[in-house]
Design a protein around this ligand. Structure first.
Ligand code: NAD
Length: 486
């Protein structure tokens, strides 16, 4: 794209690109400049998309899983064929490094289609005999209809495809609304739909604000199901807004994920992984570690080594392969993340590196970008907002604990319950602790290792429902029990 030429996105409805009269500015987070215009869709656009999805449903749902799988696989091939273009665009739109987009976001987006293309071929339903009644019971699963999909800005195409793929594999048609802050790769994917053989109306994408386009989708009476990934605050609106319609909801929300480091942990491995789990993607992953509890006997050693490793985590221009982190999503978000560091300081905490200490080294053109270096804090009370609220940036807090019971109590002492990591060589201890943690995911001696067949999701304020091979299939289908008497 030429410098100063604005990229103008259009909605994708019924297989066609449709311009929108109103638009929203979208910023390049690495420069702070507007570079893209995103449709500011409302009820009218959402209505048109829902109608297109309704019209496409009978034909698409009547196809065999195998026929649908062929289309999903073709879409995966096409995304892979354009991997570099997608990676560059995701980095520019979101602020993340090109390396991260190239190795994580885009490969996983293609894999989401491939995974569900395969997974949908292998589900079976239940059957039970009641010989004494002369009855046989069995279940069937049917697609629900038009699925409403709403995704956040942190892993834009990755999380959007994680919803589109299982929804259409199961025979639904969809209306998706990506985040207004990171819409470009979704729009690029629309350009591949015809070539992949996705029939018109099966995938519709309406761009715009949550409060307008998102709200219209959630409140649409002909959308019986909403799959949402985003913040806990938005999930509350969505739950209230959809309640009168009794919609089926899947809510994947925020986290305040603890790492529990026991004295017998392999410290080198733990530190290498915990730096990654705290700061990857600028700390803008719902699964990022933000509270590190360390057994007191190794606390001082851990803190010293961890800070040294965090200082080596480089932040700077997203296109530079030498950088681990790029820019945060927006000016407002950067200010919010910074305000947590200021709050910690005002409460007497120690900031060891990052914000206010070591500044990213930036060329002139990036001086107004939203950069913040990896920040490590200690000495924060568990009751502080810094330890209770989701910060969603490159900030992590380190704190000591005494014994297994205290470690578990501290880990569980927040309203969130998404993920935790446990570091210990004692197999009995990790089983006990994992069992007691109130989180949907527990990683022991590792982080972010995912078998997509298994359930993903949070407890408490981190979500309702689970996603993954069988769980997504169950969410995107309705089950019916049929009894036959002979
Ligand atoms: P957000 O809740 O502000 O927005 C998410 C999406 O919802 C966006 O598309 C937005 O436009 C839309 N939206 C906003 N208000 C709406 C409304 N009233 N009605 C309908 N839609 C509305 O979240 P965000 O800031 O984009 O994303 C960051 C959050 O997402 C963090 O809390 C993070 O933890 C969470 N997240 C969770 C997971 C997970 O799998 N659990 C994964 C990634 C991100």
């Amino acid at each position: 794209m030429e410098k100063n030429t604005l990229l103008v996105l259009e909605n994708f409805i019924g297989g066609k690109f449709v311009p929108c009269t109103a638009q929203i500015d979208s910023y390049d987070p690495s420069t702070g400049e507007v570079y893209c215009k995103v449709p500011d869709s409302g009820e009218e656009e959402v209505d048109a998309a829902v109608q297109a999805a309704k019209d496409a449903f009978p034909g698409w749902s009547a196809r065999s899983p195998d026929q649908r799988a062929q289309v999903l696989n073709k879409l995966a091939d096409l995304i892979e064929g354009h991997l570099e273009e997608f990676a560059q665009a995701e980095s520019r739109d979101q602020g993340k490094t090109v390396t991260f987009a190239r190795t994580v976001d885009i490969p996983r987006s293609a894999y989401n289609f491939r995974f569900f293309a395969s997974s949908v071929l292998h589900h079976t339903t239940d059957c039970s005999q009641m010989d004494h009644m002369g009855c046989l019971n069995y279940t069937v699963r049917c697609p629900v209809g038009v699925a409403g999909l709403i995704s956040p800005w942190n892993l834009p195409l990755y999380l959007l495809t994680w919803k589109i793929a299982p929804a259409i594999a199961a025979g639904n048609t969809v209306v998706a609304k990506p985040s207004e802050m990171s819409s470009v790769t979704a729009w690029m994917m629309c350009k591949l739909m015809h070539q992949a053989g996705v029939p018109s109306g099966v995938v519709n994408i309406v761009f715009g604000l949550g409060s307008r386009a998102g709200d219209a989708l959630v409140g649409h009476p002909e959308v019986p199901l909403i799959s949402f990934t985003g913040s806990t605050a938005t999930a509350r609106h969505i739950t209230e807004r959809s309640a009168p319609y009794c919609k089926k909801l899947s809510l994947e929300l925020g986290g305040k994920n603890p790492a529990l480091v026991f004295a017998d942990a392999d410290l080198d491995r733990c530190i290498e992984t915990t730096v990654r789990s705290s700061f990857s993607n600028q700390g803008e992953i719902c699964l990022c570690t933000s509270r590190i509890y360390v057994e007191r006997s190794i606390y001082a050693t851990f803190l010293e080594k961890f800070v040294a490793a965090a200082r080596k985590w480089k932040t700077g221009v997203p296109s530079d392969p030498g950088n681990n982190n790029g820019a945060l999503i927006s000016k407002e978000h950067l200010e919010k993340v910074r305000s947590f560091v200021a709050l910690a300081k005002s409460e007497g905490a120690t900031v060891h590196c990052g914000e206010g200490i070591n500044h990213p080294d930036l060329p002139n053109r990036n001086i107004n970008g939203y950069f913040m270096a990896a920040t490590v804090i200690s000495g924060v009370a568990d009751s502080s907002r810094v330890m209770q609220d989701e910060i969603f940036g490159p900030v992590t807090c380190v704190s000591p604990f005494d014994g297994e019971d205290e470690a578990v109590a501290k880990a569980n002492g927040v309203r969130y319950g998404l993920a935790a990591t446990v570091w210990s060589r004692d197999v009995g201890k990790v089983h006990r602790v994992a069992r007691r943690l109130q989180t949907g995911l527990v990683w022991t001696n590792c982080w972010l290792v995912r078998d997509l067949n298994l359930p993903f999701g949070g407890m408490k304020n981190s979500g309702v429902g689970r996603e993954g091979g069988r769980d997504s299939y169950h969410f995107f289908t309705e089950v019916k029990t049929i009894t036959i008497k002979h």
